[in-house]
Design a protein around this ligand. Structure first.
Ligand code: SF4
Ligand code: SF4
Length: 378
């Protein structure tokens, strides 16, 4: 049985967050995971230098509440670490900490500034032989994954599993995109990474979430919840249902279920009654509408293959919004973006539709173009 804790909260007021975390951790018996000398790691979503109000990053009040809870139980070693999108350098970390409100948490956690990593081998039945993980992940013996609930242009859902992609250092993330250019392979890679990192607790900040062009370019959507579980896959399955997204349509979750790592029937709710999004969350522009449905079943796959180029979502730059910062080019695993005359120029050939460029653009200058199809909700 997988216990799924649900707590309603309508604000990020610190006392509300403290009470929320206490209720979750009581329900999940997190105190049993602590021992003298526990080295705890808090892994928030710090995808980019965004303000908490943008709902792209985990809210600092929830992180402070977790750190205070651990401190009250005698845990002295509490690190906070993430590898944001793009370069992984001490100066970029400082910028992200400042914008996201993490800098103010320096009195309760140790903000990571070590940009080293170590290679960790995967079990023999994994398709990935190993992963390079940032040092704080390798050094911790209690990992608390604190994700933000968002839609995602490539994976559809960004929650506990996707948040752990930030355990991969810097530009090794786009390299993994390139190594796994299709959603099936990329999803499988993400769940193997999650299984290797194995966070003991996953918390989801779903008070203010993001819908539409997540994980950075969408709009704020209030759900008024926090969620917690000791099972990251079950947690994400449940979170998807709250958003009105069919969990089976999320590659990571379908694959985790197929591999026997997730049993949706074994999720047992505790705490407050959940809130289900009505209407469902708006999905990213990249979400395909499959118009081959009118064809006989045996013709659908060949039709999709033949029309693949037309169906494929591709990034498009608005030159009026582009400020020529180069963050998109730096993050493009296919190296098909160049900066000319202070504007980004894309070559469509070679694009793997990973949308790292859109994710990293601070000016919201990148949208998605597709000859067929349109935006959908969950
Ligand atoms: S152009 Fe954008 S979507 Fe295409 S491969 Fe590069 S980063 Fe990915
Ligand atoms: S498209 Fe966005 S990320 Fe790329 S150079 Fe322009 S402003 Fe920067």
């Amino acid at each position: 049985m997988s216990i799924q804790s649900v707590v309603r909260c309508e604000s990020y007021d610190q006392s509300v967050m403290n009470e929320t975390v206490a209720r979750h951790f009581e329900a999940l018996k997190v105190a049993e995971l602590l021992s003298p000398g526990t080295r705890a790691l808090i892994k928030p979503n710090l995808i980019a230098a965004r303000k908490p109000e943008s709902a792209a990053t985990t809210h600092p009040a929830l992180i402070r509440a977790v750190a205070l809870w651990l401190r009250e139980r005698g845990v002295e070693s509490i690190a906070l670490a993430d590898s944001p999108g793009g370069l992984y350098t001490p100066s970029i970390l400082e910028t992200v900490y400042a914008a996201s409100g993490m800098k103010a948490l320096g009195d309760v956690v140790e903000l990571n500034r070590d940009t080293g990593f170590q290679t960790r081998a995967c079990p023999p039945d994994f398709e990935n032989a190993s992963f390079n993980l940032i040092n704080p992940v390798c050094q911790a013996d209690l990992i608390i994954d604190i994700a933000k609930l968002k839609t995602h242009s490539m994976t559809r859902l960004s929650a506990g599993v996707k948040n752990l992609f930030g355990c991969i250092p810097g530009l090794q993330k786009p390299e993994l995109h390139y190594k796994h250019p299709n959603i099936a392979g990329f999803s499988n890679m993400l769940i193997e990474l999650a299984k290797l990192v194995a966070p003991q607790v996953t918390l989801i900040d779903a008070v203010d979430c993001m819908e539409g062009d997540g994980p950075t370019g969408g709009t704020v959507r209030r759900l008024g919840l926090t969620l917690a579980s000791r099972d990251v896959f079950a947690q994400d399955w449940f979170a998807a249902t709250l958003m009105g997204i069919d969990p089976e349509s999320v590659g990571m979750l379908a694959r985790a279920k197929a591999r026997g790592w997730l049993d949706p029937d074994a999720i047992e709710l505790t705490g407050d009654a959940p809130v289900y999004a009505d209407p469902p969350f708006i999905l990213p522009e990249t979400t395909s509408v499959d118009f081959t449905g009118f064809l006989p079943a045996f013709l659908r796959a060949p039709a999709r293959k033949a029309l693949g180029r037309l169906l494929k979502p591709l990034p498009k730059v608005d030159p009026k919004k582009c400020v020529g910062c180069g963050r998109c080019a730096e993050s493009c695993p296919a190296h098909i973006i160049r900066i000319e005359n202070h504007k980004a120029k894309f070559t469509a050939k070679g694009c793997i539709s990973c949308f790292c460029c859109q994710e990293m653009c601070p000016a919201h200058a990148i949208s998605v173009k597709r000859i067929f199809g349109g935006r959908t909700s969950g």
